[in-house]
Design a protein around this ligand. Structure first.
Ligand code: ADP
Ligand code: C5P
Length: 240
């Protein structure tokens, strides 16, 4: 029975596919908590791995980072379904086409797509990435970046005026009307899904080191599993 199981085309093939799956990390937290900074530090330390960072900006907008290249993208009104499909494909080792989003113009560019190739590590970062249980279930590790709200507001004002070309009044109005209520209603309650909570964001070097060590261990285990599974198949064949 063991021999026929091993000879069955589905069985070893299925194992190989699952062992090659990339390590998928979700990084959540309030606006300007330091999510992007934490991701950048993780990517810097994983310089010898292929890492893709997808940034979910609004519910419907995503930015993609490919190593050091930053690409804004959007997945339009059916966002969650498309995000889910996109993440499923990436996690299964397929490449995906992603549309590009312009922050300053507040526009998607439907004619612009970027092909994202398969990677060893996928990071999905954004304020609502723990919202959908199907997306959460794909994640191997869930991180919540926990930074004081006053500090976040101060950073947001600075960032949106300097980097995103907004004026202070519009930033404050958007914060009071949408950003803070959505933090209280949707983002903070999703903290309970986190495996790891990082206080102070990118300044927390110890937390980032521990996370990187964990990722390396898991990636190493994948390699070991591949070796062991080959050894197992060869030995079994020999016994047949
Ligand atoms: P998020 O991705 O959660 O919105 P970012 O990492 O983009 O957060 O940080 C938001 C802003 O705050 C950026 O302009 C960034 O440069 C700044 N920032 C992030 N971490 C720190 C820090 N530890 N000290 C000072 N400024 C920071
Ligand atoms: O990077 P951060 O987590 O701060 O980004 C999420 C926030 O950015 C959300 O509050 C979203 O509404 C806002 N945003 C924006 N303008 C854009 C894209 C996102 O104000 N063009």
């Amino acid at each position: 029975a063991e021999a026929s199981l091993l000879r069955s085309p589905e069985c070893p093939a299925a194992d190989v596919v699952s062992l090659k799956q990339p390590f998928f990390i979700g990084v959540c937290g309030g606006t300007a908590s330091g999510k992007t900074t934490v991701c950048d530090r993780i990517i810097q330390q994983l310089h010898d791995q292929r890492v893709v960072l997808v940034n979910q900006v609004k519910k419907m907008y995503f930015i993609l980072f490919l190593s050091s290249t930053r690409i804004a993208l959007s997945i339009d009104a059916f966002d969650t379904e498309q995000l889910l499909e996109c993440m499923k494909k990436l996690k299964s080792g397929y490449s995906v086409n992603v549309p590009i989003y312009d922050f300053k113009k507040h526009q998607r560019c439907p004619e612009n797509f970027r092909k994202v190739n398969a990677s060893d590590v996928i990071i999905l970062e954004g304020i609502l990435v723990f919202h959908d249980s199907r997306v959460r279930d794909l994640m191997n590790m869930k991180i919540f970046v926990d930074t004081d709200p006053d500090i976040r507001l101060a950073r947001r004002i600075k960032r949106d005026t300097i980097e995103r070309g907004r004026d202070v009044n519009s930033v404050l109005e958007q914060y009071g009307k949408f950003v803070k209520p959505s933090f209280d209603d949707f983002i903070l309650p999703s903290k309970k899904y986190a495996d790891v909570i990082i206080p102070r964001g990118g300044d927390n070097i110890v937390a980032i080191d521990l996370i990187v060590q964990h990722i390396r261990t898991k990636l190493g285990q994948h390699d070991l599993c591949k070796i062991y599974s080959n050894v197992f198949v060869i030995q079994s064949t020999f016994q047949i």
